[in-house]
Design a protein around this ligand. Structure first.
Ligand SMILES: C[S@@+](CC[C@H](N)C(=O)[O-])C[C@H]1O[C@@H](n2cnc3c(N)ncnc32)[C@H](O)[C@@H]1O
Length: 289
């Protein structure tokens, strides 16, 4: 791989190996540098008003207070009501879920919510809703693969919307979720079907569905290519596509039992070329026995 003469890249191009389980190129970067880069990138997404950073309205919170709410793990389909555990007083971890969206809704519905995210600006969106609407919530900044700040069995419910595509390795995320959940607890997760990343244009900028990438996919393996150079210049987060073995098998290997799932895709209005043909997002409901 050629080294690109940009200070942004330079931070990543170091040779330490951070996790021997890595299957997505982590051996070529330091995880702290990746976290730092993606933190800045998500802070920028807040400035740019990315759809996953826009706080919910006061009306949505007021409805949730009376038990009426819909939240998503994936782009479009609301999580079925029957998936939720009793929320009143449930110790709930909204994992890599900043943006003032799901966490304050669950808090308004009665849950005791901790929102955990790598981006302080994303956490500020949740703080904004909490202050605006008088909700009591806890805000913790950190890496989803390391929940050491929480003792074992701290939560009854984990809500983890599509965000593990920003983690270089998803297996530690499932292991940590299992550890911090209480027995009988529920974990809901959304994630991307890796098939999205087969295509030349996995960022859907020119609509090309030519198959060029093998899976699992890592942006770190393509740092010198134009599509990643453009993404980094635009301050976009770096992404990873984990295999279904790691996404679904990884939950099972961590000890979870799966009780339900559904697939989803972008809405027609998003003009996503792949969504014209197939679902590319998956939501799962898991239980810690
Ligand atoms: C697509 S947004 C998800 C939040 C949004 N509320 C939703 O509905 O999907 C992805 C989130 O993951 C967070 N994130 C990315 N990498 C992370 C990491 N390693 N640990 C914790 N959070 C991370 C980002 O800061 C961002 O808030």
């Amino acid at each position: 791989m050629s080294i690109v003469a940009s200070p942004v890249y330079a931070a990543f191009l170091i040779s330490s190996v951070s996790d021997t389980n890595d299957r997505c190129g982590a051996g070529r970067v330091n995880n702290d540098d990746l976290l730092k880069y993606n933190r800045d990138a998500w802070n920028k997404q807040v400035n740019d008003a990315n759809r996953w950073t826009r706080p919910v309205s006061i009306d949505v919170i007021n409805e949730a207070r009376s038990g009426k709410f819909e939240i998503v793990l994936t782009p479009t389909i609301p999580v079925p009501a029957v998936w939720f555990p009793e929320l009143t007083g449930a110790d709930t971890l909204c994992l890599a879920s900043g943006g003032g969206q799901q966490a304050p809704v669950l808090a308004a519905a009665g849950a005791n919510v901790t929102v955990f995210d790598n981006s302080p600006a994303q956490l500020d969106q949740d703080r904004f809703v909490a202050q605006r609407d008088g909700l009591s919530m806890r805000f913790v900044e950190g890496d989803m693969a390391d929940l050491a700040v929480f003792p074992d069995q701290s939560f009854d419910f984990i809500f983890h919307p599509c965000s593990n595509g920003f983690a270089v390795n998803v297996l530690p995320v499932w292991r940590e979720c299992f550890r911090v959940l209480r027995s009988g607890g529920v974990m809901m997760a959304g994630f991307t079907n890796p098939l999205r990343y087969l295509f030349e244009d996995e960022r859907v900028e020119n609509g090309s569905l030519a198959v060029v990438h093998s899976l699992p996919y890592s942006d770190l393996d393509h740092l010198d290519e134009p599509h990643i150079q453009n993404a980094i210049r635009a301050g976009k987060p770096l992404e990873f596509a984990h295999t279904l073995t790691d996404q679904i098998g990884g939950q099972l290997r961590a000890g979870f039992l799966l009780s339900a799932m559904f697939e989803d895709r972008y809405a027609d209005s998003d003009n996503d070329p792949i969504s014209k043909f197939t679902d590319t997002f998956i939501a799962t409901r898991a239980i810690k026995p």
